[in-house]
Write a protein that binds this ligand. Structure first.
Ligand code: SF4
Length: 410
């Protein structure tokens, strides 16, 4: 891409946040962390992300973990009282008739879910539960390489500039500006990458970051094509369960996209949920920047209006979705998976995942036929769903090429 094109695709997304040195944080997770910062009026210095505990600490916590699992068990409609014996004596007892917090309330309150949360839950609910309670795995070489590849792809079509934020409202404004800039790039240049989506689906706020969107030039109906690129350590296509996980991810994006393109962005609920002041006057730097881009915005509400107006210009996404598998070593194409959107299947998967997040039932182990995943799971030594607890855990494989849900952490 030429320098002038890069300039026209100017991207503003450098929000001042603390360095997180021991974990890879996906773009979606980063967006969620930013949302928390926004909710706490940008108290950046106090933000923390759970880190993995030491093995001995981990073992000590296993008992507590099992009990916590019980605390998250089924909450039947109309039943407001938790089973008292399930709560044990963990310092987690609840006063009166208070219902125990679901994972959604406990870990995503004021933040919403990411599409990565959905795919991670579909991969193995038990693994997601462990990850929430004890933190995720550390970065390995394959993950770093995958992340670098995605950054390179992004740099091919856009350039980041630094903007300092003074508040949560500023931070959110920059996210929406980021979207507007890239959506315009899609409309005028036919391609954009790393497009962030913020929407409300199935009763929850959700964030997603789409790898790539292409605008078809020859078709009569110009519906954007959503693309996701998976980098793999081995030069082979993944197993069906991994491909299914990738399909779920892209279908989530399509569902969010179509909802937003249809105008479904409840802005009042958005301001309330994330505790934002719509009338907040944005920083001078942001106001100048939006004026330069041709849509002068004074307040956060102005930016949200521009965000919604931009969606009004976008058609629904193409029904065919594209998963690309790339060999990490030389970036050659291993293969593509083209498939059609299946809304009924997607909604049933989302509802199933939300059952776990809302505490309506206990976390399930991955199905028996998928227990091969256990040999690559960091929690295998303590998980009773693991059929071979004595086998050695090999994180390098799963981190790089077996879990589609890990894409944003690569
Ligand atoms: S060991 Fe297997 S069943 Fe247990 S959390 Fe890991 S992948 Fe899921």
């Amino acid at each position: 891409m030429s320098e002038s094109n890069a300039d026209s695709a100017r991207n503003i997304n450098n929000v001042v946040v603390p360095e997180i040195s021991i974990e890879i944080v996906s773009e979606e997770e980063m967006a969620l962390i930013d949302a928390v910062l926004a909710a706490t009026r940008c108290s950046f210095t106090s933000s923390t992300v759970p880190s993995i505990c030491s093995p001995s600490q981990f073992q000590r916590n296993v008992r507590a973990l099992r009990s916590i699992t019980l605390l998250s068990k089924r909450r039947f409609p109309g039943c407001s009282t938790p089973d008292i014996e399930d709560s044990g004596d963990l310092g987690l007892s609840h006063k009166g008739n208070k219902v125990p917090e679901s994972f959604l309330e406990r870990f995503r309150k004021g933040r919403g879910l990411s599409v990565t949360d959905m795919t991670g839950t579909e991969w193995c609910e038990k693994q997601m539960e462990y990850t929430l309670l004890f933190g995720r795995k550390r970065v390995n070489k394959a993950m770093r390489a995958g992340k670098a590849r995605h950054e390179k792809l992004e740099e091919e079509v856009s350039r980041n500039v630094k903007i300092h934020v003074q508040s949560g409202e500023d931070a959110w404004a920059i996210k929406f500006i980021n979207f507007i800039t890239r959506a315009n790039q899609l409309l005028f240049e036919g391609l954009t990458r790393e497009l962030p989506l913020y929407g409300f689906i199935e009763g929850v706020w959700m964030v997603g970051v789409i790898d790539e969107i292409q605008m078809p030039v020859k078709e009569t109906h110009r519906n954007p094509i959503l693309v996701d690129t998976k980098t793999r350590v081995s030069e082979t296509l993944p197993a069906e369960s991994q491909r299914r996980n990738g399909r779920l991810q892209l279908m989530c994006y399509k569902y969010m996209w179509d909802n937003l393109a249809a105008g479904a962005f409840p802005s009042r609920q958005f301001f309330d949920y994330f505790s934002l002041n719509p009338e907040y006057v944005l920083s001078e730097e942001i106001r100048e920047s939006t004026a330069d881009e041709g849509y002068p915005a004074k307040t956060l509400e102005d930016i949200v209006t521009f965000y919604m107006n931009t969606w009004n210009m976008l058609p629904s996404a193409h029904n065919q979705l594209l998963l690309r598998y790339e060999f990490q070593k030389d970036q050659s194409l291993i293969g593509e998976d083209k498939f059609y959107y299946d809304e009924n299947w997607l909604k049933s998967r989302i509802q199933d995942c939300l059952g776990f997040w809302r505490g309506e039932r206990e976390a399930s182990y991955t199905p028996v036929e998928d227990r091969w995943k256990c040999q690559f799971c960091q929690f295998a030594p303590v998980c009773s769903g693991n059929p071979k607890p004595e086998s050695t855990h090999s994180s390098s494989q799963t981190d790089s090429n077996t879990s589609s849900s890990q894409k944003e952490t690569l």
